[in-house]
Design a protein around this ligand. Sequence first.
Ligand SMILES: Nc1nc2c(c(=O)[nH]1)N[C@H]1C(S)=C(S)[C@@H](COP(=O)(O)OP(=O)(O)OC[C@H]3O[C@@H](n4cnc5c(=O)[nH]c(N)nc54)[C@H](O)[C@@H]3O)O[C@H]1N2
Ligand SMILES: Nc1nc2c(c(=O)[nH]1)N[C@H]1C(S)=C(S)[C@@H](COP(=O)(O)OP(=O)(O)OC[C@H]3O[C@@H](n4cnc5c(=O)[nH]c(N)nc54)[C@H](O)[C@@H]3O)O[C@H]1N2
Ligand code: SF4
Ligand SMILES: [Mo]
Length: 886
Amino acid sequence: MTQTVETTCPYCGVGCGVLATVDADINAGGKVSISGNPQHPANLGRLCSKGSALGETVDLDGRLLHPEIHGERASWDEALDHVAHGFKQVIEQHGPDAVAFYVSGQLLTEDYYVANKLIKGYIGTANIDTNSRLCMSSSVVGHKRAFGADTVPCSYEDLERAKLIVLVGSNTAWCHPVLYQRIVQAKKDNPDLLIAVIDPRQTATCDLADIHLPIRSGSDATLFNGLLAYLAHDGEINQAYVAQYVEGFEQALSAAQDSSGDLDDVALRCGIELDTLKNFYRLFARTERVITVYSQGINQSSSGSDKVNAIINCHLATGRIGRPGMGPFSFTGQPNAMGGREVGGLANMLAAHMDIENADHRQLVQTFWDSPTLADKPGRKAVDMFNAIADGKIKALWVMATNPVVSMPDADAIKAALKQCELVVVSDCIRNTDTAQLAHVKLPATGWAEKDGTVTNSERRISRQRAFLPAAGEAKGDWWIICQVAKRMGYNGFDYQHPFEIFNEHAALSAYENEGQRDFNIGALGKRDLASYNALQPIQWPVTPERPNGSARMFSDGRYFTPSQKARMLAITPRTPVNAPNNDFPLILNSGRIRDQWHTMTRTGKAARLSEHSPEPYIAIHPEDAARFRIREDQLVSVFSRWGEMIGRARFDQGLRRGDVFAPMHWNEQFASCGRVGAVVNPETDPYSGQPELKHTPVRIAPFDSAWHGFILSRRKLHLHGIRYWARATGNGFYRYELAGDQKENDLPAWVRSYLCSSDNDVKWVELLDKGAHTYRGVRMTGARLESCIFIAPDHALPPRNWLASLFEKEALTQDEKRALLTGKPPAGEIDTGRIVCACFNVGENTILDAIDKHGLKTADEIGKCLNAGTNCGSCVPELKALLQR
Ligand SMILES: Nc1nc2c(c(=O)[nH]1)N[C@H]1C(S)=C(S)[C@@H](COP(=O)(O)OP(=O)(O)OC[C@H]3O[C@@H](n4cnc5c(=O)[nH]c(N)nc54)[C@H](O)[C@@H]3O)O[C@H]1N2
Ligand SMILES: Nc1nc2c(c(=O)[nH]1)N[C@H]1C(S)=C(S)[C@@H](COP(=O)(O)OP(=O)(O)OC[C@H]3O[C@@H](n4cnc5c(=O)[nH]c(N)nc54)[C@H](O)[C@@H]3O)O[C@H]1N2
Ligand code: SF4
Ligand SMILES: [Mo]
């Protein structure tokens, strides 16, 4: 029976509505097909490459299917008792502050709510922090300082109603692709809409930009302070708005004037041309409807909170907030970054946007929960939490839905801390992650397709995530696991039968004694039964009896949540990043995302079409810097910092500032031998938010000293321990391994067999060895079917992988193909489609170049009409344009 379920994408904070259709029993070969939900207001039917490929990531490969204690399979009873007992024991001996939860913006609101309730209201410590600390915490501080509450003022539709969109530290094209597509469309519909991008790198997002400010890393507060001074000088301050609704204007302005000097000074300190700066300031000054979107280029900084307030200051001073098409707009990263903030999942927050340091709030929450205790001081923030684990102050840790051994800064120290922690519990869907490998207890959580609950996206819109597959193995919902442990620790208050009961409680708490003094209120959404919970339609909070259909925009009445009800402008003094480049570490390492991978790749890494775009960890470097450090394009390089090392392939990028390098955050020990950029990244944090400076680490870079290079394409997953450099990518029907070693192997054929041999007797080897030249080519076949192939050479000049890769889709090779195998090149008459450019429709570079040539194509639109490339998510359009240039 075919059924279609309306659910929400589990990746980014855009929160797209997804239609998932299962055509038959999944265990009997049924397939999942995915499409965008045309009714969902976030995406109106669009999906990006990651969302479109969701159906390819729901298989059971690699899943954690049953609980484990010390690596052995255990029953749920045993595992839950073990966790409850372990935590209780630590608490009895060392007090509640000796335990901690480290959770995630990828939990559903209901999971998050009970985790927070358990630790703050029952265990009695606020030692719960989340990966949102690495993501949104500077924005939270900025909002609370300016508005008195963590409120996002805008809606997505404001993007369509703006005249100027400023994208600061946001690679929207790759990280919020559907919003990027909405902006592309808005610009088509309204050619007056202008786009400014502020990013040290020239990113794919710049493709849409009318103006790009490639500012020096970390100089945003100088830029926006300069803007505030310019607005005042030019008479663009909205005096009436400021007088009535804002406090702190004079102090903020004089701090801005004192710190910025004249325009030449600002341009110099930001490292950009004076004309570019003036153009931007003029544009901002003369456009009433301006939205400033910001993301990790702002937040992940040792001055992230101040950068946020420097931006908000400019909107408050001009009164450009609370009206259509304008406002400061923090794009959230994870699908439920907002939900986590709503339930108070950060160490310094309380449930329902209340404050842990406010005694009235604590009283209110404890009364509502009827709980035995309530943590009365903030807990440890992420970096501090892992330091306390290393120091032995925290002895039991429960990690849920996050992978800190990869994603935390100074990640080798995180690994070391976990190794000596008394009790590490990990709830995950995947059995082997870099973090799960260090767990004493592993608890199998249901994955996206299997779980029910709600998430909140960047525009405060709450959507249902609905299960459409049965739980994998013995996996259980995170809320269930948490409540079971709570009960076994002897706590009442966790007797829920279904997530809708938790949702009702969460909604009721948000409205409890809330006469409008707290922004987060969804009281009118509560009191649901299962049927009405299942029927819940996407809606933007607050949802109250006065606003039963939700709220698109906040602060329209000029009333804020501060004691005076006025918004606050803050006096900002720009600071430079704490760790500056020096002689030993002369370059600045910036890190972030690529188009087709999601974080630590546990899901996107399974999809072939998401892996082709970037099959290896890489380091992007400006060609002039590369020359300075004797690095050739495509060569393997090591990146060193005071904290650690990584290896990746050098990619030349003219769009980088001299002195900056960039590495993606995604690779980890499951996908590469030495690709964790987190090991290199410094653990400096913002003093107010505790958010780490993930975008700025002084590093040194050097060619990786390799004695040989190689690659393997194999139907089976391999274990390549002992090889200095390897990186795995998923292909269609095979895995691709790129290899390099620092020492020559004496007996290549024997060495190859040690990795590739299975006990399979039907397998035939064909090989070609040149001992003197240290080259080897080998192919394994079962009958006419290709099992694996391996190519080794002293340098990286190996045959292209694409044609060989295409052979794994065939059940039998032709004689010509078999003969051509060891050359690595297609026989006459067959073509090589080349590197995949469009992941949605699987269109290769050679196919595109060919079509451009043959049909005289001139625009990306024409390529789309001819090959479909670029017509779904649109993320590859900048690349299509680059190919047209060629
Ligand atoms: N494809 C994909 N999309 C994702 C994710 C993913 O893993 N993959 N993750 C999601 C999550 S959780 C998040 S938080 C978002 C993040 O979304 P983004 O913030 O857009 O992504 P990043 O690549 O981390 O960083 C954005 C940009 O900040 C720039 N930057 C670095 N330093 C500075 C600076 O000093 N000033 C300025 N102005 N810019 C700077 C970087 O060059 C980079 O281009 O993406 C979400 N979407
Ligand atoms: N260098 C550098 N580091 C960074 C960043 C950067 O820009 N540069 N960005 C930071 C940011 S913004 C973020 S958000 C973090 C993200 O970093 P992480 O949160 O560490 O990355 P994920 O891979 O998303 O980890 C989620 C884990 O949860 C599992 N999972 C998925 N769904 C569920 C579920 O429903 N239940 C349970 N229990 N588990 C589940 C997945 O299998 C995976 O192991 O990385 C941060 N680290
Ligand atoms: S933009 Fe892509 S990743 Fe983000 S929610 Fe939509 S489909 Fe998912
Ligand atoms: Mo994030």
